[in-house]
Design a protein around this ligand. Structure first.
Ligand SMILES: [Zn+2]
Length: 222
């Protein structure tokens, strides 16, 4: 796009920072103030993982604590805004470049969202994050490895509801693996139950290793 075109876009459709709503130039993902605030919210995956036993994946990366600027960014990401998601994907790619094997056998996937819910939300934010991260890392994506099933548990079926944990709604897709490393993306790392279930499914489908990555870690509760 030429300069005049950019100028017109800027007048009629101003680009705004996802985290604070301030106007920013078209080539920017979020504003400088929010970027600086986010750097103060950086957390280490190793701190989240410390003391958590039997994690089924091999390694992980996480960027921010789930509060303040990062929390606003994630909420905007879920709403379909793309600036904070793209900003996070770049940072995650930098972290992950150090962790991933260099054997050319890594594929990228994400915690899936059931079709019905996607129709309502109109947007699959974990997929966008994963596709952005894959592009940064020049890795292929796989959309055939995991799926989220519509809930089979009825509300009145209490015993079944008690038995069926939230994470059990995920199932393996049709795709198979033969020892590849899978990079599995989600927005927030909380208890890890969702990523745990998805990792187990990926390994049952033939993943040699799973590396998880999330934008935020939401404390140690749960
Ligand atoms: Zn901002």
């Amino acid at each position: 796009m030429n300069r005049a075109g950019m100028l017109l876009l800027d007048i009629f459709f101003p680009n705004r920072c996802d985290c604070c709503g301030e106007r920013i130039p078209y080539d920017r993902l979020i504003c400088d103030e929010c970027a600086a605030a986010l750097m103060k919210q950086r957390v280490q995956y190793q701190d989240w993982a410390a003391g958590r036993k039997d994690l089924p994946w091999e390694n992980g990366a996480v960027l921010f604590s789930y509060e303040e600027t990062a929390r606003t960014g994630v909420l905007q990401m879920k709403d379909g805004r793309r600036g904070f998601s793209a900003f996070s994907a770049k940072l995650l790619a930098e972290e992950l470049a150090e962790l991933l094997p260099e054997d050319g056998r890594t594929v990228v996937t994400w915690v899936p969202i059931v079709r019905r819910r996607r129709r309502i939300q109109g947007y699959a934010h974990a997929e966008t994050l994963a596709r952005n991260t894959a592009r940064e890392l020049r890795l292929p994506v796989r959309d055939d490895l995991l799926l989220e099933q519509p809930s089979v548990t009825r509300q009145h079926d209490l015993t079944a509801a008690e038995r069926t944990k939230y994470a059990e709604r995920f199932a393996a897709g049709k795709g198979m693996l033969s020892g590849e490393t899978v990079l599995l993306l989600d927005d927030i790392l909380t208890t890890g139950a969702t990523l745990r279930r998805c990792t187990e499914l990926l390994k049952a489908s033939g993943a040699g290793a799973v590396i998880i990555a999330a934008v935020c870690a939401a404390g140690r509760q749960g």
